[in-house]
Design a protein around this ligand. Structure first.
Ligand code: ATP
Ligand code: MG
Length: 473
């Protein structure tokens, strides 16, 4: 490691753990082509941070001194995007390597309502590019020519000390872009870092500015807090720094009135973080889980007032989710799934063998409902054996209805017996009027059709169709 006179730290190849074997081969291809055509090309941002921490980066972003049009000329698979600042998306199948020209922090002006950017981003030097970034650990570069890590912002020291520190005064940086406050919480929770004193003070001072941020960005960041098995830590930090009272006031009030650090909400988030399929859960499941304790509380209140204690659960779920859905513009798919999950949960209280309960496995929301129930059972210590029964039935039905290669027997088929000609002849057409359940069990649901299986489920009309996205953008 050596220091340049301007305090830039260079950590050479033998002094850090980044190996090209851990870098995405397509990102390497882009880096090499840029470098071989005379450009500076660095791996930047979260990927350098994660590689230095020995974690698998989610994506590999590249910074270069090549201008957007130069990048387009170099890569046929390149698309330029963005209005304020043009970024190059270099596409490899379904993978995108985001490549951006080094830029500097835009000029800002201050008013009573916050700090605004008065000009579009402009190209800059690598150092200026590092300094426009949010946290020191996100401002590191990996140089493909020398295989060294370049640190203009003190990120290496903070990475070693596991500290999250703002680049520049956090009082200014958080007001320029209040989403940075949510990012501080996200990185601290995900990486297990402590937030430095200046950032902590700035968070407590400026938390209310989050309401000025763009709603789709905030919504996207809220769902990112659930990732990497760290939702418990993330929501606790949001609550401690009072961001939760601005973002999800109903959840914050619930925590305050139900024991604060001992609130039941934490056990649901802990179960979510411990779930083996955590990474595959939809935002519908996550929303349902975050609001489930609030739903239960509301349900209890409604039941005490309702005649005979009978309450429409779907109505209660909608009531509980309505404020967050309107405030954060949660996508309909996510909302409908969350409502459905809260509503159908009662079905798991009985064995699938009972009554017509087994039809539930053909409900389009069943896999998500099962995942949701698995987390609830873990959180509440419910009946695991019953859950296993539903899981086994579901797996059986999936196997039974899976498309089979030609010639392969259906698992439930009778053993081969010689068939006589009469049996092979087409049967005379008969009008079938079936009463009661099919003797061979329920029929799988056809995509888009209101299947028989869904008929007895009150929420079928609100279920998402598969082609709708649950992204906030
Ligand atoms: P993740 O693993 O979640 O993708 P990341 O650090 O890569 O984490 P991104 O949102 O992908 O985060 O952003 C890439 C990089 O862009 C960041 O590492 C940071 O350097 C910079 N960045 C992102 N958002 C901001 C922001 N709001 N202000 C300043 N810099 C930002
Ligand atoms: Mg990233």
């Amino acid at each position: 490691m050596f220091f340049k006179r301007d305090k830039t730290v260079i950590r050479e190849r033998h002094d850090h753990c980044i190996s090209r074997a851990n870098i995405d081969p397509d990102a390497l291809r882009v880096l090499y082509r840029l470098a071989n055509t005379g450009h500076t090309a660095y791996l930047v941002g979260g990927s350098v941070r994660d590689l230095l921490l020995g974690r698998q980066p989610k994506d590999f972003d590249i910074g270069t001194d090549a201008r957007p049009n130069d990048i387009r000329r170099l890569f046929r698979n390149c698309f330029l995007i963005g209005r304020r600042f043009r970024l190059a998306h270099i596409v490899f199948g379904r993978k995108v390597i985001e490549t951006s020209t080094f830029r500097r922090q835009p000029e800002t002006s201050e008013s009573d309502n916050g700090i605004y950017q008065t000009e579009d981003n402009t190209f800059g030097t690598p150092e200026e590019d590092a300094k426009r970034r949010d946290f020191t650990v996100n401002g590191l570069f990996y140089d493909i020519k020398t295989f060294s890590v370049i640190d203009y912002v003190g990120g290496l020291k903070d990475l070693d000390k596991k500290v999250l520190r703002s680049i520049g005064d956090p009082n200014i940086r958080f007001r320029e872009d209040p989403v940075r406050m949510m990012r501080a919480v996200k990185f601290a929770a995900r990486l297990g870092f402590t937030i430095d004193r200046a950032c902590r003070k700035a968070l407590l001072k400026h938390h209310a500015d989050i309401v000025n941020a763009s709603i789709p960005r905030v919504c996207e960041e809220v769902f990112r807090l659930f990732t990497y098995n760290s939702s418990g830590a993330a929501f606790k930090l949001l609550w401690e720094f009072k961001l939760l009272q601005d973002l999800l006031p109903e959840v914050s009030a619930y925590i305050d009135t139900t024991g604060k650090e001992k609130s039941p909400l934490w056990k649901y988030l802990a179960a979510l973080d411990a779930d083996p399929q955590n990474a595959d859960l939809s935002n519908g499941v996550r929303t349902a889980l975050l609001y489930y304790p609030l739903f239960l509380e509301q349900l209890r209140k409604e039941e005490t007032h309702a005649p005979h204690g009978r309450v429409n659960k779907q109505h209660v779920a909608r009531m509980v989710l309505h404020p967050v859905a309107t405030r954060l513009h949660i996508p309909k798919t996510t909302l409908f799934t969350a409502v459905a999950l809260m509503d159908v949960q009662r079905r798991f209280a009985e064995s699938p063998k009972k009554g017509r309960g087994h039809r539930f496995v053909f409900h389009p929301a069943f896999p998500e409902a099962l995942a949701f129930q698995r987390i609830l059972v873990a959180a509440e210590g419910g009946d695991k054996a019953l859950l296993d029964e539903w899981q086994a039935l579901y797996e059986h039905e999936v196997a039974r209805n899976a498309p089979r290669p030609q010639g392969e027997e259906h698992p439930d088929a009778e053993a081969d017996e010689p068939r006589d000609a009469e049996e092979d002849a087409p049967a005379p057409r008969r009008r079938r009027r079936r009463r009661g359940p099919r003797p061979d069990g329920p029929r799988p649901e056809r995509a888009g059709a209101t299947a028989e299986a869904g008929r007895d489920i009150t929420v079928s009309e609100v279920l998402p169709t598969p082609d709708r996205t649950d992204s906030c953008e």
